[in-house]
Write a protein that binds this ligand. Structure first.
Ligand SMILES: [Zn+2]
Length: 158
């Protein structure tokens, strides 16, 4: 291990190593083994972008539990089960060309609707092919001229 000067306190006591680091998210705490330039003098750590990337999946996994969203590795598993590359999945589900790369690397969480959709598709992957095949339909069969339920329920809501 190379000891170097700490960027915060200036002491010759900083070395790059992994150390347990407590995160607090929405009032819940969890511990991640975080690599950083940890200083033995002041106790602070400088987390560089590579250090951050190496723990982003773990951090996002813990946050996902708190938010009730799919964690990165589950998103990857479902995408593979659906037979999509990251680019293809991003094309079908939106969020930009690199969306699934970001979800699977813990850079961004999925939205709740996407999370729920992927959980649904995990149980029935064939539902996606049906939905894509039907997505250009008129959906007239869902809208009956005699169906006043929408009007009635909106009146009730008022
Ligand atoms: Zn220091």
């Amino acid at each position: 291990m190379t000891v170097k000067h700490c960027n915060l306190c200036g002491e010759l006591a900083a070395e790059h190593k992994a150390k347990e680091f407590k995160h607090t998210y929405k009032g819940t705490s969890f511990v991640i083994n975080q690599p950083a330039d940890w200083c033995g003098a002041c106790g602070e750590g400088i987390i560089n972008p590579e250090d951050n990337l190496s723990t982003s999946v773990e951090v996002q996994t813990e946050k996902s539990k708190i938010d009730g969203l799919l964690p990165p590795r589950a998103i990857k598993a479902i995408r593979k089960k659906l037979g999509f590359t990251q680019r293809e999945a991003s094309k079908y589900f939106g969020g930009g060309a690199n969306a699934f790369n970001r979800y699977e690397n813990g850079v961004n969480p999925p939205s709740r609707p996407l999370s729920l959709l992927l959980i649904t598709l995990e149980n029935d992957p064939s539902a996606l092919k049906k939905a894509i095949a039907n997505s250009n339909g008129s959906f007239d069969y869902l809208i009956s001229a005699n169906d006043e339920s929408l009007v009635v329920s909106s009146d009730k809501a008022l």
